[in-house]
Design a protein around this ligand. Sequence first.
Ligand code: MG
Ligand code: MG
Length: 270
Amino acid sequence: MVTRKSPAEIEVMAAAGRVLAAVHELLAGVAQPGVTTGELDRVAEREIRRRGALPSFKGYRGYPATLNTSVNDQIVHAIPADDVILRSGDVLSVDGGVLLDGYHADSAWTSIVGGRDAAHDGVANLVEDTREAMWRGIAALLVGNRLGDVSAAIGEVGAARGYGVIAEHDGHVLGGHGIGRRLHEDPLVLNRGRRGRGMRLKPGLVFAIEPMFTLGAPGWRITQDGWTTQTLDGRIAAHWEHTVAVTEDGPLVLTARADEAERSAALLAC
Ligand code: MG
Ligand code: MG
């Protein structure tokens, strides 16, 4: 069931989003070579609780941690662990969720551990292009557009640059989603689609927009831990995500970090 949120509900979600943004800003500084993903998870949980919120992911369908920390060929949903030590040049996706006053926010970023120069240009471009696809999708979250316009805006970036666009594979689906009182609500937001198709966008709809692209083929599998999703061909993947409300005044990014304010305004203006 698709639910529309009132302005008051969106403001609560924005408060959750601000907590999550602050946690991500902290984690971006911690994610250095030599640090374990288990340590990232402890920092995140401590910070979320210190701010009076709860980690959305912990306990979700039995998920054991606060974050998803997906490295290199892991696309999403990898479980943090103390034996996963970040190395210079690793491509790290950090995904987190925050529950505050009954509402969730969900967002993710990808970076190259040790800095952009620690990886080949092709890898750095994948990370930046996946981020751009997220902003293209967000920019299409306009009243009167259809959901297919959002999916197409995301998928076209990936296709034009030759990436594998992660979507359906072998009967399973990965993509964005509605969000609110539940972490995952209808509808599913595929990362590829056709313009003019799908539900009409109305004020009060709130979506998690989350492109996943890979340097190789778009096939993926879930590993034996039941969570980790990785590329079948072992190629590197990137993943970005924001929680965004559709409003009469345009898309409102509820999880934007301080360093993104300018970027989001510029992209949304075009
Ligand atoms: Mg997420
Ligand atoms: Mg999500």
